[in-house]
Design a binder for this molecule. Structure first.
Ligand code: CA
Length: 418
């Protein structure tokens, strides 16, 4: 199977997504180059059973959940079988007339839909640089980090029902805000922001009352996606005390359509930052959980889009400096006996690096409006305006002996409030 040079989706990636071709039911495929390998078609032809029986039509579904529930051994055997078929060293595919035509579909022909029926959605706050920046802006006279921050991965429960796939328009939310200590007002947010994040999708569930030990995290984590946690800072500022984010975040959260598996990320796991002071025993892991994933955010105004100008890169950073790993997030989330369910989404929190230009939100990039961004069309931005498009990309590698493994993109354009 030829893969174009520089594609996000070489043979070593094989991310899963749910697609729909006009007039046909939604089903599951893996991305390979510019194509999608239709797993439902392969299963119908009896080509996926090499690693043991799969439930009937498990890929002929509108979500990945039934497949995710099967657990790591099923995920690995399907991955191995798909790799074997795409390599086709034994001419299995070439000797089956017409199969390639039925099972390979051009990505440009399909609509990608939300890959997972989202269970619970937890959003963390795991970037030391982001938490320090926010603390410095919100509490300029105090310690930027709250006292618990280095001891546990801080998070809150978000709204699963507002998670949407890349490309879904983002309607500017209405909300209650207070300006200059005046009375509360209700209207469209004037401080709309994005947050660059990476989210993990849970596969096999765990039992209520049984915490997941950190070393068992790989049994429960299927893969990851790019996340844009859209945020309304004016609504957030007024509502967040004392219980944290609520309507400032729950209006929409966008994810990329392709779920990159933990197995595909294998070559890109690296040691994370040293945790000081040392964390409690239940948060310690012997394996490397940080991911060397380059991340990029672009912004295009409506005028830039109309003039055909290239989107402006406004942030470049890397996930590897994230202080708390997904394994720690999972172990902590279940440490009280709460369970993991198939399709749960664990988002990292805004990923920011150490310097301006590596920050993962407008509030940090403009330092709360002190340093507005200047766009190629001459306009200035403190917050996002109607017609703006934010796109996020992520690529691991290439590393020695391993090609680059990309995430595709998560994209969203702001549309005016109704
Ligand atoms: Ca967030």
């Amino acid at each position: 199977m030829p893969v174009p040079e520089g594609s996000d989706f070489p043979l070593q990636n094989l991310p899963y997504g749910v697609f729909r071709r006009a007039g046909e039911p939604a089903r599951i495929g893996v991305a390979i180059g510019d194509h999608i390998l239709d797993l439902d078609a392969l299963q119908r032809d009896g080509l996926l059973e090499a690693g043991g029986r799969l439930p009937e039509a498990v890929f002929g579904r509108g979500s990945l959940n039934p497949f995710l529930t099967l657990g790591r051994s099923a995920w690995q055997s399907v991955r191995a079988r798909v790799t074997e078929l795409l390599e086709d060293r034994n001419h299995t595919v070439r000797d089956l007339p017409g199969l390639a035509g039925r099972a390979l579909i051009e990505q440009s022909e399909v609509e990608m839909i939300l890959p997972v029926e989202i269970g619970d959605y937890v959003d963390f706050y795991s970037s030391l640089e982001h938490a320090s920046n926010m603390g410095a802006m919100l509490r300029p006279d105090g310690d930027p980090l709250p006292p618990n921050w280095r001891h546990l991965p801080v998070g809150y429960h978000g709204r699963a029902g507002s998670v949407v796939v890349s490309g879904t328009p983002v309607v500017r939310p209405w909300g209650q805000t207070v300006r200059d200590n005046g009375p509360p007002a209700f209207g469209p947010s004037g401080m709309l922001d994005f947050e660059l994040e990476v989210g993990f999708i849970a596969g096999a569930p765990s039992a209520l009352g049984a915490p997941v030990p950190i070393e068992e995290a790989p049994e429960h984590i299927f893969g990851c996606v790019l996340v844009n946690d859209w945020s309304a800072r004016d609504i957030q500022r007024w509502e967040y005390a004392p219980l944290g984010p609520f309507l400032a975040k729950s209006f929409v959260t966008s994810i990329s359509p392709w779920v990159v598996t933990l197995d595909a990320l294998g070559p890109y796991f690296v040691p994370g930052p040293e945790q000081k002071p040392p964390v409690l025993e239940y948060l310690r892991s012997d394996r490397d959980w940080a991911i060397d994933l380059d991340l990029e955010v672009t912004l295009a105004s409506q005028a830039m889009t109309e003039q055909g100008l290239e989107a402006e890169i406004i942030s470049n950073t890397n996930l590897r400096t994230l202080y708390w790993s997904v394994a720690q997030q999972l172990a902590h989330s279940t440490s009280n006996g709460a369970r993991v369910r198939t399709g749960d989404l664990f988002a990292s929190g805004t990923v920011s690096g150490p310097r301006p230009g590596t920050y993962g939100s407008m509030i940090e990039l403009t330092w709360s409006g002190e340093r507005p961004l200047v766009l190629p069309d001459g306009s200035h931005r403190t917050w996002l305006e109607d017609g703006d498009t934010i796109a996020m990309h992520g690529v691991c590698g290439p590393a020695e002996g391993a090609p680059a493994v990309g995430f595709g993109e998560v994209r969203g354009a702001i549309v005016p409030s109704p």
